[in-house]
Design a protein around this ligand. Structure first.
Ligand SMILES: [Zn+2]
Length: 376
């Protein structure tokens, strides 16, 4: 299995060409149990304690390769932005097929394939699958990838290992995800017949899963795009909007100048992390729009006018689904909450200045002046 000799435990930092070993097959050539049936790919960034003696069932973290990893795969070492970017690259390569890629473990009654993406320890390979599962007869397989930080390399190894458990073999085409050395510019599942090879030396092979390969290609060749389209059918559109949970500011809370107001929003979505566009509305007026937010959103903003602020926060997912939540708070002049200063109605001079990196609520909303309050 070791192709590169012993590489360090920091293998996930390594960015050269990554090789994946030749692997055995599940033992039989077969048509799928049911063609055109969608599936789920769970990219597990969180690590797992592996079980042996229960096959390769992803639902229970079972792997026949458990001993290879001393029974344990450590979590991915990168941050949430990198997770979102890797997942995004995986989804782009799967966008033509009925395969939904998620980073949260689906419930046990859902069929899913799992790739453990993290610290595999000192291994000589970029990734490994337990076997080539012709026709994806075993529906819930577990495979492994080193936790590469770069989306292109990470997604290529994730998808190659998953694809082995869906019945795809190595081919001699660097721009196909099934090439045994990830050195292509932007490998994808190519819609062309490519020569099947048995190892990283690219020795030609007659192939194993020919019952399906030969539906689309001459014997000894494989069309990875057509096979996945055949196995899983067309893509499933994402129609569910994200749900937003506003943790700050608290609804109905009162904030005194010149304090910044923290906005903290947690996004709950079956497909998070993904990239969201964030929109903040004050009443029906848009006061902020920005992209490249994911999962948890945290920002502080400075309010320039005392008053009441009814905000609507929207998160728009990559498919354009809009989730929103409302929160309202009141902003009062400095000293307004202090009984001794309340009559003075002082407004701090710096209340009108924005802080670097903070949003500024420029819009007025039913502005209340000191005179208004005194006359009530
Ligand atoms: Zn491979």
């Amino acid at each position: 299995v070791s192709l590169l000799g012993s590489i360090s435990a920091a293998a996930w930092l390594w960015s050269g060409p990554a090789e994946t070993p030749p692997i055995p097959w599940a033992g039989h050539d077969a048509l799928p149990r049911e063609a055109g049936r969608p599936t789920t790919l769970f990219v597990n960034f969180d690590g797992a304690v592996l079980r042996s003696g229960c096959g390769n069932d992803a639902r229970w973290d079972c792997s026949t390769l458990a001993d290879t990893f001393d029974g344990y795969v450590g979590p991915f070492g990168g941050d949430t932005t990198q997770r979102a970017a890797i997942l995004d690259a995986v989804r782009q390569d799967l966008s033509a097929f009925g395969v939904t890629a998620v980073a949260h473990r689906p419930p046990a009654d859902v069929e899913y394939t799992m790739v453990l993406y993290g610290d595999l320890g000192p291994q000589g390979f970029a990734g490994v699958a337990p076997y080539i599962d012709c026709g994806d007869v075993w529906r819930n397989d577990t495979s492994f990838s080193q936790g590469f930080r770069t989306p292109n390399q990470g997604s290529t190894v994730i998808l190659q290992e998953a694809a082995h458990t869906w019945g795809l073999e190595h081919v001699n085409e660097p721009e196909d995800i099934l090439h045994p050395v990830t050195e292509g510019v932007n490998p994808r599942f190519r819609d062309s017949c490519e020569k099947i090879v048995s190892n990283t030396s690219l020795d030609e092979s007659s192939g194993v899963c020919n019952t399906i390969h030969t539906l689309f290609c001459p014997a000894g060749e494989q069309n990875s795009f057509q096979e996945l389209a055949y196995l899983f059918g067309p893509p499933i559109p994402d129609t569910s909007p994200p749900a937003l949970e506003i943790e700050s500011p608290a609804d109905g809370s009162i904030h005194e100048a010149p304090a910044l107001v923290d906005l903290r929003v947690t996004v709950h979505d079956d497909l998070d992390p993904q990239f969201y566009e964030l929109v903040v509305l004050l009443g029906d007026q848009e006061i902020f729009r920005g992209s490249d937010f994911y999962d948890d959103i945290e920002r502080a903003f400075r309010v320039v006018e005392p008053g009441e602020y009814p905000l609507t926060i929207q998160a728009i997912d990559e498919a354009g689904n809009v989730g929103e939540a409302d929160v309202a708070f009141t902003y009062v002049p400095q000293g307004a909450l202090d009984p001794e200063l309340a009559g003075g109605c002082r407004v701090a001079p710096d209340a009108a200045r924005g802080a670097p990196g903070a949003w500024i609520l420029l819009a007025r909303w039913r502005r209340r002046t000191c005179r208004d309050r005194r006359s009530r």
